[in-house]
Design a protein around this ligand. Sequence first.
Ligand code: HEM
Length: 512
Amino acid sequence: MFFLFPFAGFALWYIYSTFNYRSRRNGATEIPGPKGLPIVGNVLDMPKDSQLIPVFNKWYREYGDLVSFKILGINQVVLNIEKAANDLFVQRGNSYSDRGAPTAIADDTWRQHRKLLHTVLSAPATVRYEPFIELETIYTLHDLLISPEKFSDHLERYAYGIVFRVGLGRRVQDLNDYVVQESIMGVDETLKAFRPDLFACNIWPPLLHAPDWLVPSNKTLRRYLARLEGSIDLVQSDLKARIKNRSAPESLQKWFLEHMHEFDLTEEHGAWVFQSLVGAGTRSPYNAMMQYTINMMEHPEWQRKVQEEVDRVVGKDRLPSFEDLSNLPTVRAVIKEGIRYRSIVAEIGIPHKLDRDDFYEGYFIPKGTILHANYSAILSDRELYPDGPVYNPARWLDPSYPTYKEPLTSYPSLQGFTSFGYGRRACPAANFTERTLTVIVARLAWAFNIRKKVDPTTKMEIPLDIKYEPTPNPKPLPFPAVFEVRDQERARVIKVEEARESARDPLRTKKD
Ligand code: HEM
């Protein structure tokens, strides 16, 4: 009997909100979009096992710059042009900055979280961690030298290695680390929760209290949150024990615990902030490195250009370092274009939720609407990107393109780039990402040729057929690639550096 309550509640809410909506709209036009079915809306238009981008792009072609659809009575809007994303997410950021996902932090403390994130990820703060970052790159080059076929694991370990070392003062030796495994699970589940059609309680919060047999995603969500809390507790108590016995190395979380009085946050909040750093700060850089791998195989001419630049600036006898980055615009261009290209083929933004009724260009956008920036459309805009979806790093290096900016010692840069989001929810780590990605990519280009695998029977290169998971910020599904050290002298430099730097690693334990 009780299980009928959510249904009855839903029906009443649906009828009420339909009538209420008409009066609030006050004669304004509705944003055009595909007509859905009664009650369920456009649920059936959502592809269960593939990406949302093709659906959003099809609607863009059919309905225009702004498209609206509904999932179980909740309005959703897709923004297909930069102007609309800027006008709403940036100019009216006060009202368009909620997340609206069950795993997102929903209370008002997120503003304090942002303050903390901006403080710890600011340029001066991260410069302190450059030696740690270089150390992680050396481990990665060494891993790739020893077992190049596991390139995907090594690049993922780098992404985790950086955030765990800098953020939490933990070393990640491999992906089997328990806390890393829990984080990978956490990131996977969080990203699913940001899809408009998964996690029923995301769409209609009272369903969180429905029985599991009725809403199976509730069980998944509870299990995931419990595991996540367990791993956060583990990291936090481990760190506190090490602070107490004075063995804790420098890390952003240690810094927070020592400066907590400057923020209106508790220890638990702080722990969640650093969990969000792991959640948000591992998948995207890993994807960017995988995209670099794919692009170097698909565009060997750009691999040659990057290697020529790195060799000219750095030479053969030492690894590229942070001091070289301003002289490596091609490396930065290849990274930025890779992120743009990936956003076009595989990423929608993380949704923003509107917290009041609003009117925009004659349209009514009701309170509670979930808005998605369609990066694929925005980053292929013909005015800014004349050759649209083509992978072309020259657009950042050649004055004939509208995206070119000088001086090349600073540009291309990831600061303020669309792929990092908009307004108050924009990625706080563009600078941190820029530095951690540029140094690893410069070192990868210096050390390895990346090429397609050759079929031993036909002796022909195996063509790439890259597919992505069906979530926002998806991982590419496994694909083959060959990482080949460029020459034995470079292999020697990597081995020498690894031996020297790992001996100095403050997080090395006796059993390593
Ligand atoms: C290629 C690398 C990266 C890309 C493309 C990227 C992109 C994004 C995007 C699109 C958002 C959502 C923005 C919005 O809602 O409008 C975001 C949020 C966030 N990113 Fe990044 N990011 C990257 C790397 C990182 C790294 C390395 C870290 C941390 C070390 C990080 C930490 C965060 C955090 C904490 C948020 C949530 C902010 C909030 O909700 O208030 N990101 N990022």
